[in-house]
Design a binder for this molecule. Structure first.
Ligand code: KIV
Ligand code: ZN
Length: 407
């Protein structure tokens, strides 16, 4: 099976997401979790952007030794020198240089001609190679770049010694078939591409970042750039947990492997949310609160009979403690009975009917029935039944109609 390099950019592109900035210590904590998660590359920051970013890259490079540590730089001398300085103690340093190549960026942002762009890309990669052997180049806004010109730039930086060519869909504009075509064209037209890793860097503006990344892999890319919980500029980047689990759950469609320890995904997601105070949306694939929750009665019945009925992966495989059968008004008797048993009470059919009747009334009022809501109800019915069996009139029984405390 082909190996897909997982390049995590939570600490760089992810941090560019509004409200997600992190201080040096927080970045280090996150980097250590990314190391446990088994990502191959950690993009630790953009050292020229601020002293904090410089220090974070430096600290991570010193302390996190297994993965490659990458630092971002524009095709400018001061950026590249600053990135090299931040990485000087890294066990496996990578400088990631980028330059926009689309006409819209060249004309309105950089005010550069295509010739100047080509020359600047060459110089940037040449300079970066004087510091490190591992140099990644990104033609920013590649998916809106004239394909002929994109191929020209890619050939130029490969000739200068770039070792990874990353193709960014900077504004989340591309589609899976179009992106695959771009990757295939670059592979076909670039001399020496067999020694280069092609990478996909997709944004989620149209909700296709993961699909586009996987389409790129099918077309020959062997690195995916992604972030925890899919955070990143605007609508975010491809979410690492979705990429990794798509590959793991569908090897028939995606016959690739990654080095990610999937059981660490949930902890990484929770840690990021805790550090940034940005909650994970409940229905977020893989790491959302509801990703393994089942409320509808039919679903709960199926889950209890065999979890494969409604779960395509186990919660344990991504580090979620357990799947949650949420008891609400859509739940059925079966799920209720299982919950009662877990709480230490078993009932016959007629008794369960009574508990269920009361449960539905309660669920109508409070949406989700937690154990502490359910217990008084169970105890009440349980003691009534015990009294009936002993022949005591309900009105004389201690606990009948009483509270959890009395019981
Ligand atoms: O989206 C983008 O183009 C980027 C580059 C810097 C790789 O983040
Ligand atoms: Zn990006």
């Amino acid at each position: 099976m082909s190996y897909i390099t997982i390049f995590d950019t939570t600490l760089r592109d992810g941090e560019q997401s509004p409200g997600c900035s992190m201080n040096v210590e927080e970045k280090l904590r996150m980097a250590q979790q990314l190391d446990r998660l088994g990502v191959d590359v950690i993009e630790a920051g953009f050292p020229i952007a601020s002293d904090g970013d410089f220090l974070a890259v430096r600290r991570i490079a010193q302390l996190v030794r297994r993965p490659i540590i990458a630092a971002l730089a524009r095709c400018m001398r001061e950026d590249i020198e600053r990135a090299a300085k931040a990485l000087e103690n890294a066990a496996r340093p990578r400088i990631h240089v980028f330059l926009a190549t689309s006409d819209i960026h060249l004309t309105f942002k950089l005010k550069m001609s295509r010739e100047q762009c080509l020359a600047s890309a060459r110089e940037g990669v040449r300079l970066a190679r004087t510091f490190v052997e591992d140099v990644e180049f990104s033609p920013e806004d590649a998916t809106r770049t004239d394909l002929e010109f994109l191929c020209e730039v890619v050939q130029a930086v490969v000739d200068e010694g770039a070792t990874t060519i990353n193709i960014p869909d900077t504004v989340g504009f591309t589609t899976p078939d179009e992106f695959a075509h771009i990757i295939r064209t670059i592979r076909e037209r670039t001399r020496g591409i067999e020694n280069i890793v092609i990478s996909a860097h997709c944004h989620n503006d149209l909700g296709m970042a993961v699909a586009n990344s996987l389409a790129a892999v099918a077309a020959g890319a062997r690195q995916i750039e992604c972030t925890i919980n899919g955070i990143g500029e605007r609508a975010g980047n491809a979410a690492i947990e979705e990429v990794v689990m798509a590959v793991r759950v569908r090897p028939d469609r995606y016959p690739y492997e990654t080095g990610v320890v999937s059981e660490q995904l949930f902890s990484a997601s929770q840690m990021l949310s805790e550090i940034t105070h940005v909650p994970v949306q409940p229905n977020k694939a893989i790491t959302g609160r509801n990703a393994f929750a089942h409320e509808a009665g039919i679903h709960q019945h199926g889950m209890l009979a065999n979890p494969l009925t409604y779960e395509i992966m186990t919660p344990q495989s991504v580090g979620v403690p357990d799947s949650r059968l949420v008891l609400g008004k859509h739940s059925g008797r079966h799920a209720l009975a299982v919950r009662c048993t877990a709480l230490g009470y078993t009932f016959e059919r007629r008794e369960l009917d009574e508990i269920y009747r009361r449960f539905v009334l309660l669920a109508d009022k409070i949406k989700h029935v937690e154990d502490h809501d359910l217990l008084p109800l169970i105890i009440e019915v349980h003691s009534q039944i015990a009294g009936d069996r002993a022949g005591t009139p309900a009105a004389n029984r201690a606990g009948a109609g009483g509270s959890f405390a009395q019981a």
